[in-house]
Design a protein around this ligand. Sequence first.
Ligand SMILES: NC(=O)c1ccc[n+]([C@@H]2O[C@H](COP(=O)([O-])OP(=O)(O)OC[C@H]3O[C@@H](n4cnc5c(N)ncnc54)[C@H](OP(=O)(O)O)[C@@H]3O)[C@@H](O)[C@H]2O)c1
Length: 300
Amino acid sequence: MQMAMIGLGRMGGNMVERLMRNGHQTVVYDRSSDVVAKYQKMGATPAKDLADIAAKLKSPRVVWIMVPAGDPTEQTIEALVPSLSRGDIIIDGGNSNFHDTMRRAESLAKRGIEFVDSGTSGGIWGLENGYCLMVGGTDAAVKQCEPIFRALAPENGYAHVGPSGAGHYVKMVHNGIEYALLQGYAEGYEILHASKNFPKLDLHQIAEVWQHGSVVRSWLNELAASAFARDAALSELKGWIADSGEGRWTVQEAIDSDTPAPVITLSLLMRFRSRQADSFGGKVIAALRNEFGGHAVKKS
Ligand SMILES: NC(=O)c1ccc[n+]([C@@H]2O[C@H](COP(=O)([O-])OP(=O)(O)OC[C@H]3O[C@@H](n4cnc5c(N)ncnc54)[C@H](OP(=O)(O)O)[C@@H]3O)[C@@H](O)[C@H]2O)c1
């Protein structure tokens, strides 16, 4: 089928390529014309702006937005909508907050435009392996977009999980779980790395053997094995970890629903700690221990 993609970054670009490999026609737009030209060479139809996307699509139009969540997604929708008509469908495949998605769906429904949210997982590997898609929206809109979802996902890797917002909600919790899994592997490998009893453990060897029959084998652990194969000490990296929102939102949702989620919560807090060269809280504890017990401190 025919559809448009706005945002040809790491995700959107590969998704266009996978859609074209599966016989779909794509109209592509990115604020960088060089990137648009790259996908034009592969067979996509270039659009020079958002109005041009609408002009190049047959009705009912399907437009997938794959830009950063928050303001970029909001601004893209606002700029696109005047060129769309009743019955058209916007799909937001980014990691938007589900509250924003529910609001956008309600507001667009008043104009007769369907808003479908597709929580998308698979990263840069999705081009070859397919993307796991967690989709929210009305039955009619989701059904209409199904050929796109089936082309992007691996077999059984796409599900319509609920009404508008449900896709991003499920993806949010998915990413919360990801925080906890990453933290679990990080702590285990750090203990191995710091071992005083066995200082020469080969982390690459251990990651590899865990991939065979072990209960902790996983795709993330496979990626750990690849990273350790290149540099077992990860000496070129700093232990500085960003967070893009989904972890915070998952923790907030846990609080709002009185759900104990200590592991995900601490995984988020560890990301904050990773960005501190030193911590004021640590200084406060050192100062107080020194005040009440004369315990030794280290001077900065
Ligand atoms: N990377 C992942 O593993 C992954 C996985 C699942 C979901 N996601 C989600 O997918 C979405 C895209 O991620 P990505 O990894 O593809 O990001 P990316 O590589 O940074 O690409 C983002 C694209 O959006 C464009 N863009 C940025 N700000 C914009 C704005 N204000 N208006 C219009 N276009 C703008 C960028 O253009 P410029 O190049 O000119 O900045 C780029 O083409 C995000 O919502 C992300 O959270 C990412």
